[in-house]
Design a protein around this ligand. Structure first.
Ligand code: ADP
Ligand code: ADP
Length: 228
């Protein structure tokens, strides 16, 4: 589903963020990218939805170079969740979640119904949380809305960049369990960035352990845990 072929990313200031990277993610697979801050995880992810362009090599989505995909179409098929999800502050949770169905041209009632289903899917009660504004939610609840919104167009691929990084450990653990349950149901192809090895091992079908701009190990959770 996703494939990186000899991908190098050099920023204009000369920083080599990703260095000759090869990686393949199968359909329905959840791959975690783990490693210390600054080792190139976010850059790797942003080359999938064309927020960054590789300097060398190519990234394939569905067998086709992402550079040949229309960016708007591409981003509809690739959900994106980041650490600080940007919700519209003056729109309710339900309306925030209905934005994408609305953009897809769905009628208002249908878009709102879809939004309610999505909120339910991520463990929010549309009747309770739907009419609230983002500043009336906890951090964990806001991240759930971010996940719901990313799932709105039913994209086959999800990119998640430290989505649970800014919430406290207890909430994080709950979000992780809920995400695993959700993933068992929806089976997206997921790239999940984290600097937390425990999170990487808990969530990943396979784990890409990063060093400076490179993947040093790409293996199952058991193999990563068993490594010396
Ligand atoms: P990670 O996600 O693992 O923290 P990043 O991909 O964000 O790593 O960053 C990798 C390297 O690229 C770091 O050295 C970072 O400072 C650098 N970098 C990231 N974005 C830019 C940019 N826009 N311009 C220059 N250097 C950047
Ligand atoms: P605009 O500047 O008009 O928002 P973009 O190319 O930035 O145009 O976005 C086009 C579409 O892709 C919009 O529906 C936007 O919400 C969505 N989008 C923008 N950035 C991202 C992203 N990083 N990941 C997923 N979707 C995105």
């Amino acid at each position: 589903m996703l494939r990186f072929e000899h991908v190098t990313k050099r920023y204009p200031d000369g920083t080599v963020a990703v260095d000759d990277l090869n990686l393949e993610v199968a359909e329905g697979e959840l791959v975690t990218l783990v490693g210390p801050s600054g080792c190139g995880k976010t850059t790797t992810m942003r080359m999938v939805n064309r927020l960054e362009e590789p300097t060398e090599g190519r990234v394939l989505f569905d067998g086709k170079d992402v550079a040949e995909h229309d960016p708007v179409q591409l981003r509809r098929r690739i959900g994106y969740v980041i650490q600080q999800v940007g919700l519209f502050p003056h729109r309710t949770v339900l309306d925030n979640t209905a934005t994408v169905p609305h953009l897809l041209g769905w009628r208002k009632a249908k878009a709102r119904q879809r939004a309610a289903e999505l909120l339910d899917l991520v463990g929010l009660d549309p009747a309770v949380h739907g009419d609230r504004y983002p500043n009336q939610l906890s951090g964990g609840q806001r991240q759930r809305v971010g996940v719901a919104r990313a799932l709105a167009a039913d994209p086959p691929v999800l990119l998640m960049d430290e989505p649970f990084g800014a919430v406290d450990p207890v909430v994080r653990e709950r979000l992780q369990s809920e995400f695993l349950r959700l993933q068992a149901e929806v089976r997206k192809t997921v790239l999940f960035v984290t600097h937390d090895i425990e999170e990487a091992v808990r969530l990943g079908d396979r784990i890409a352990v990063y060093g400076q701009g490179r993947i040093e190990q790409f293996d199952s959770p058991a193999a990563v845990l068993g490594a010396p």
